[in-house]
Design a protein around this ligand. Sequence first.
Ligand SMILES: Nc1nc2c(ncn2[C@@H]2O[C@H](COP(=O)(O)OP(=O)(O)OP(=O)(O)O)[C@@H](O)[C@H]2O)c(=O)[nH]1
Length: 297
Amino acid sequence: MSDTFRAGFVTFVGRPNVGKSTLTNALVGEKVAITSSKPQTTRRAIRGIVHASTGQLVIVDTPGMHRPRTLLGERLNSIVVDTLGEVDIIGFCVPADEKLGPGDRYINEQLDQFPRAKKVAIVTKVDAAGRAKVAEQLLAVSALREWDDIVPISSLDGTQLDILTQQLIALLPESPALYPDDAVTDETEEARVAELIREAALEGVHEELPHSIAVTIDDMIEREDKDLLDIYANIFVERDSQKGIIIGRGGERLQDVGTRARAEIERLLGRQVFLSLRVKVAKEWQRDSKQLGRLGF
Ligand SMILES: Nc1nc2c(ncn2[C@@H]2O[C@H](COP(=O)(O)OP(=O)(O)OP(=O)(O)O)[C@@H](O)[C@H]2O)c(=O)[nH]1
């Protein structure tokens, strides 16, 4: 072991649902990227920061690569390309419990455009596959290209996460720390609160609705007579019918979203909050560049 300190950026790519956000959270040890069983819930380049004695690993979380169908889709893809051009390491994630498919191969081929980045294959979810299947997947992945490393992991039970951190840091350039050693993310508190609300609103909704939800924060203000933070937020959807789905019969669903979001926000901020949620319709916001800008994309 040398005492060289290393620091730099990594991003995880892979098909939707392969476990990129869960891996980010597991490595950072705190909830920074939202996770969901729905594909493509990640929209922003969120950084999580892993601190080790050997170095500092800054994780840039990108949306899954996919073929764009809307303006939002195009912006997401351009975020991915911008991100990949800047990072030191690209971690290509494939799940152990599904055979390599055309989607994985497509993404792997895209990586040729980023010769500067080291490339590490990460076989995720090994807890969900038997030993033979994991071995088979490692073999299949190693045939795709000359990887700088191949690491099988599980974010769920923690298998090999320390090893992955060490291997990734070993591939980073020599550098002093890039962030203070108590920082876990450079996202603003407000952006993290908005993401937690979006995550709560996404739970249990189907099909195209996930892409139609955006959250903005109007205000976060201290209550005068109490140790309480008042948060005023908007949930934007694209159509009146979607508004009904979010609100639910007699407002029941919205109340439930508020309760779950508030619990997560209180955990993040370590204090009591009052959360006021309003559901608004912004017609076809995904296709409208002015509205995309207003909603933070
Ligand atoms: N069994 C198992 N499931 C996992 C593991 N990691 C993630 N998952 C599950 O896989 C699903 C997708 O995980 P995410 O982390 O949201 O996947 P993602 O690749 O970030 O997805 P997008 O944001 O859609 O690109 C969730 O239901 C996770 O609980 C793991 O190590 N083992």
